[in-house]
Design a protein around this ligand. Structure first.
Ligand code: GTP
Ligand code: GTP
Ligand code: MG
Ligand code: MG
Lengths: 292, 277
């Protein structure tokens, strides 16, 4: 594993003389490979390695009996700091209802995660409304309704509607009138390069003014995570991220890439298909997972 | 554009190639293998532009695994479609059924996802849109029972092709993989050699975990092909090169959109060209 590899390299280097920024490169190469194999984006890895190379020849490493473990500690802490350092939550606005909008690529887990958020808020004593604003995908509205019914939560859907913005506006009026809070909007999956559909999100956002736009991303996403997240953030604007399918064995380097390129926090992770499987995101646990 | 239209292999070029391959999700090991082979061949082909050699190296890996989808090799031809959650199984099945129907073949679909909310409804809408029969039971029923029913129906109707949809499942979930094995056994008992095609659906945006998915499903179930979806996005799907190299599983189909016609046969040449666009 990475720890053993680094230990071997650094002990040999020290045996040959002083550790310097020049010769530490061999050890950092192993860190680089570990991060790339974990699906952290190539350019993000490059910047990361540059940032830690001076720390990697610092006092703790030079003086340590286990320099390999010291380097891992530095890498680990740098990963934690990069991902926000601590847990981040969804804030309730001063004027209800809180409006949440789920966005992301096709199949990332938006509909299921919308249901999970509703479940969480209901357990918190609130009265959420799920909004079936995916008027595209076959049976998308039915899917959300089934989830809502299983939770005993209200779901706004309009089978005759053919425009997402209209559904959101109608749903919001009802939520406001009946004191439902939060309003959780499920949108259709879309490509970040689909100009028309990205524009649709911009229009919905203008009219509905969501407090929290959540980018739902698959934990197994590869190098494309950077392009995708950047486009969603620049074209639409996102407030936070939920990483789904973390119950698999993907290392999840996409989490680092997405955080790095958007600066937005990962707030939750999805750890299964059932609606109670949403957990808060812990940067230190993610750092360990990425390093393998 | 890469520096590579000139026939030389400078360190700058090598680094640029490595970046291109890794950004395409080829992975560290496979990118390194490709570059090693490029360097070896370059020694004997110094007047050939390095880009041509590079494409040839990758094509060689893909072509070793290559095999087309041949649904006419048995009747009824039984195809099982599996993969992790949300990759595009159900949509790809609808596209395949549409293509076969256009070719004048008689198709039956089997709603083998008896778990996920509105999964059966989703496939029913697709089936209705292309006028194809869907065999289904209630949500929560045993998927092997639906498979059994669907195959009986195919036999009595003289169906050419049966396609079985399955619920998304992570390769790490033992009981869910066991469920697929049971469905496969039922098919094999009822129709000789079934399933004749076991297709793994992979999302082109997936990173290195795709290789683990292919390894696990191949070991436990046995895969005969891959459908690579969502190539209409910006992800390149380089993971299929590692899969071809390590497991010899061929990509047979690609998904290039959400519409019923957005299905193409895999073309290794076009794929390799797209890697460097
Ligand atoms: N194992 C696992 N599966 C998940 C998780 N979240 C969602 N899924 C599954 O992933 C698949 C896709 O989920 P959906 O909620 O339909 O995804 P979506 O983003 O709404 O898809 P589109 O609306 O088509 O863009 C389904 O099979 C879900 O059950 C998770 O955290 N773990
Ligand atoms: N852009 C694009 N989207 C696709 C493609 N194939 C499927 N999709 C979309 O991906 C999402 C998931 O597709 P499904 O067919 O439901 O995927 P699945 O594997 O059956 O999902 P589960 O049954 O929940 O595991 C849907 O929104 C599809 O429209 C493709 O080739 N390109
Ligand atoms: Mg959805
Ligand atoms: Mg499906």
């Amino acid at each position: 594993n990475l720890s053993d590899k680094l230990q071997g390299i650094l002990k040999r280097l020290r045996g040959q003389g002083k550790l310097t920024e020049k010769n530490i490169g061999e050890a950092l190469k192993e860190v680089r490979i570990a991060l790339l194999e974990a699906d952290v984006n190539y350019k993000v890895v490059k910047g990361f390695i540059e940032r830690i190379s001076s720390k990697a020849v610092g006092e703790e490493v030079l003086k340590s009996l286990t320099p390999g473990q010291q380097v891992i500690k530095i890498v680990h802490q740098e990963l934690i700091d990069l991902m926000g350092g601590h847990q981040s939550k969804i804030q309730m606005p001063p004027n209800p209802p809180l409006v949440i909008m789920m966005v992301g690529l096709q199949g990332s887990g938006k509909t299921t995660t919308a249901g999970k958020l509703a479940s969480m808020f209901k357990k918190d004593g609130r009265r959420p409304m799920l909004v079936a604003a995916d008027v595209q995908r076959p049976a998308a509205r039915d899917q959300l309704k089934v989830l809502a019914d299983s939770l005993g939560v209200d779901c706004f859907l309009d089978h005759s509607a053919d425009r997402a913005e209209r559904v959101c506006r109608d749903a919001f009026k009802i939520a406001e009138k009946n004191g439902m809070n939060p309003v959780i909007i499920d949108t259709a999956g879309r490509l970040h390069v689909d100009k028309e559909l990205m524009d649709e999100l911009v229009q919905i956002k203008k009219k509905i003014l969501p407090h929290e736009v959540i980018l739902v991303a698959d934990a197994m996403t590869g190098q494309d995570a950077v392009t995708m997240a950047q486009e969603f953030d620049q074209k639409v604007g996102i407030d936070s991220i939920i990483l789904t399918k973390m119950d698999g064995d993907a290392r999840g380097g996409a989490a680092l890439s997405i955080r790095e390129v958007t600066g937005k926090p990962v707030k939750f992770i999805g750890t299964g298909e059932k609606l109670d499987l949403l957990e808060p995101f812990f940067p230190d646990r993610m750092a360990s997972r990425i390093l393998g | 554009a890469l520096l590579w239209n000139r026939p030389n292999l400078s360190p700058e070029l090598i680094e640029e190639l490595e970046e291109t391959l890794i950004l395409a999700d080829c992975g560290v090991q496979t990118s390194s293998l490709i570059i090693t082979r490029l360097k070896e061949r370059y020694e004997n082909e110094r007047d050939v532009p390095s880009c041509d050699i590079l494409k040839a190296v990758i094509l060689e890996i893909l072509q070793k695994a290559y095999a087309p989808l041949n649904t006419a090799s048995f009747k009824p031809f039984v195809m099982m479609v599996l993969g992790v959650n949300g990759v595009g199984k159900t949509t790809t099945i609808a596209k395949m059924a549409n293509r076969l129907t256009d070719q004048g073949r008689h198709v039956i679909l089997i709603a083998g996802d008896t778990f996920r909310a509105a999964a059966i409804e989703q496939l029913q809408i697709w089936a209705d849109s292309i006028n194809v029969k869907l065999i289904k039971h209630q949500i929560g029923s045993d998927p092997s029972a639906v498979v059994f029913d669907g195959i009986q129906a195919a036999r009595t109707r003289g169906t050419d092709c049966v396609i079985v949809d399955t619920a998304g499942r992570l390769h790490t979930k033992k009981n869910l993989v066991a469920e697929l094995e049971k469905m496969k056994k039922v098919m094999g008992r009822e129709i000789q050699g079934a399933p004749h095609e076991t297709l793994l659906v992979l999302d082109a945006t997936t990173g290195q975990n795709a290789i683990q998915q292919a390894r696990e499903f191949h070991q436990k179930i046995g895969l005969t092909g891959i459908a690579l979806t969502k190539l209409d996005g910006t992800a390149k799907g380089g993971i299929i090169i590692s899969i071809a190299n390590e497991l010899s599983i061929p990509v047979k189909l690609i998904g290039i959109g959400e519409g019923i016609d957005d299905l193409r046969d895999f073309d290794p040449h076009l794929f390799v060209d797209a890697l460097f666009e």
